[in-house]
Design a protein around this ligand. Structure first.
Ligand code: CUA
Length: 159
């Protein structure tokens, strides 16, 4: 690499850092942060999700999906065409770690102002502090077939 190319590369890196810093500073509330990812055994993941549902279910949505109110901490969400399951009720101001795993194709989870790409077999963990009231947007941001535009989950802060 000659010095001009090096200078250009340095400028590009600096611009990227500044953009990232600006994005972080501009985040509203900064209460949602993508954290780590890990390779998943899908069967273990489903087992953990089912255990959470069995322990914390409070009802069902109109579509028949379980609604859970898990304790603060780790929460497991199955992602597949075209749903995020289960629906979540969270305690205002409490912090949760959402573990998301796609069971079929590539999806994404746009949660509040953060978005994580969800590839099969890799769990993404997103830290979320529940707002005082209302819903947190969660929807798929990656085209995944006919039902993509309706792939919207449910996260609600409930005192
Ligand atoms: Cu899932 Cu688009």
């Amino acid at each position: 690499m000659n010095s001009n190319a090096r200078a250009a590369a340095s400028a590009l890196l600096l611009a990227t850092i500044l953009l990232l810093a600006g994005w972080l500073a501009g985040r509203t509330g900064a209460d949602i942060l993508p954290a780590e990812s890990y390779a998943a055994n899908p069967i273990d993941f489903v087992t953990r999700t089912e255990a959470m549902i069995a322990a914390s279910q409070v009802g069902r949505t109109a579509e028949g999906m379980p609604v859970v109110r898990p304790p603060p901490g780790d929460v497991y969400v199955r992602v597949r065409r075209w749903e995020f399951s289960p629906a979540l009720e969270l305690a205002p101001g409490q912090t949760y770690r959402l573990h998301l795993l796609s069971e079929d194709v590539v999806h994404s989870a746009a949660i509040g102002d953060a978005e994580v790409l969800l590839e099969p077999n890799t769990v993404k963990v997103v830290t979320l502090k529940a707002p005082a009231t209302g819903r947190v947007r969660i929807q798929c941001g990656e085209y995944c077939g006919l039902g993509h535009t309706k792939m919207i989950g449910s996260i609600e802060a409930v005192p």
